[in-house]
Design a protein around this ligand. Structure first.
Ligand code: SME
Length: 162
């Protein structure tokens, strides 16, 4: 399956996300393998927004284990309730962190990361993993990121065999 994707040059974050969302929809229509779809989703997001780090952690035997990602090396395992990722899992809710230094227990995989958003992957009301996006800029994420990243995760989960 070959999908053409050209990141569009626009200052409009919502338009860029709409483009990525459509691409994820197209990807999952042609492929149901979860690893393949997570890998391409991470690539789409990093190519489109130049985020510092974009990746997935999956729930495996009671902890989060690193999955497909784009960016620098990252921690491989995160316990439930620990860090931003473990907290998003525990609360089954998206967590926006404008300044990682102000988030108690933040896990610094990379010293360059300054702000972060973590979205849970939900299947039948159960968190099966998280999408983590890091920025080297403070206060980089807002409700637009949250809304689109949640939609992207919903399309990814519905269209993949996890
Ligand atoms: N900062 C995350 C850890 C994962 S890395 O940022 C890739 C956390 O606090 O859970």
């Amino acid at each position: 399956m070959h999908i053409e994707f050209q990141p569009i040059a626009t200052a409009d974050k919502a338009s860029s996300y709409a483009h990525v969302l459509a691409a994820v929809q197209a990807l999952t229509e042609g492929e149901r393998d979860a690893v393949a779809n997570m890998a391409n989703t991470a690539a789409l997001l990093r190519e489109s927004f130049r985020f510092w780090w974009v990746g997935f952690y999956l729930v495996r035997n009671g902890e989060l284990v690193l999955g497909p990602f784009q960016g620098p090396l990252a921690c491989t395992r995160i316990a439930k309730g620990k860090g931003v990722c473990g907290t998003a899992w525990d609360k089954a809710a998206t967590i926006l962190v404008p300044d990682v230094e102000l988030f108690p227990g933040h896990i610094a995989c990379s010293a360059a990361s300054r702000s972060e958003i973590v979205v849970p992957l939900m299947r039948d009301g159960v968190t099966i993993g998280v999408l983590d996006v890091d920025s080297e800029h403070l206060n980089h994420f807002n409700e637009t990121d949250q809304s689109y990243l949640e939609q992207i995760c919903a399309v990814l989960v519905a269209g993949s065999d996890f």
